[in-house]
Design a protein around this ligand. Sequence first.
Ligand SMILES: [Fe+2]
Ligand SMILES: [Fe+2]
Length: 218
Amino acid sequence: MSKLITGNIIENIAALVKAELETAPGCHDFDHTLRVLRNAEKIADELPEANIQIVRIAALLHDIARPEEMARKGAVCHAELGVDKAEAILEEYDCSELLIPKICECIRSHRFRGNGPAPESIEAKIIFDADKLDSIGAVGIGRAFHFAGRENARVHNTEEEALNSSPYSREDSAYREYLVKLRLLESRMLTKPGKKLAVERSEFMHLFFRQLNREVFG
Ligand SMILES: [Fe+2]
Ligand SMILES: [Fe+2]
């Protein structure tokens, strides 16, 4: 029996990723990985054609190279480097050779932004959507404020201040993140169940920022 179809490989990889992401900042730590895993399982539940083992392992490994990207201030892409790291890990765990390229495709394409490889397999589309879902809704709002706080940005600002500012400035608020990125994510989802969840989460997020504007400027 292949080691892959026992529960063991999942637990071993989870422990390894947890150790690897120990010092990662809150918005990309192991909790993020676990939330993406849960999102991916939720989406895959409605897509029986997807291979759940590929989905689970790819979700666990998708941000494995985040610490390197952050340490080198973006000079390396964590999706590309993540593929190399994942390959080495999966070979060590004696993962089926047939599955390794499929898991790696999910990692390589998970941050697709119009350039680079787009997610093509159903498993890669699930990982893409699962990752995006963690950026929107209540958890997305929490992560956006967490990031802004770490960069010493303002708690809130006007649309004009936010949109006329640059990343990592005092005006790089959670509201700026919402305006330039998060509010657009629901239109970028690639699976039907992912889209449904994204619309629900986005409704709450739109409501939150409308209320914030009312409280601060209304
Ligand atoms: Fe990522
Ligand atoms: Fe991620």
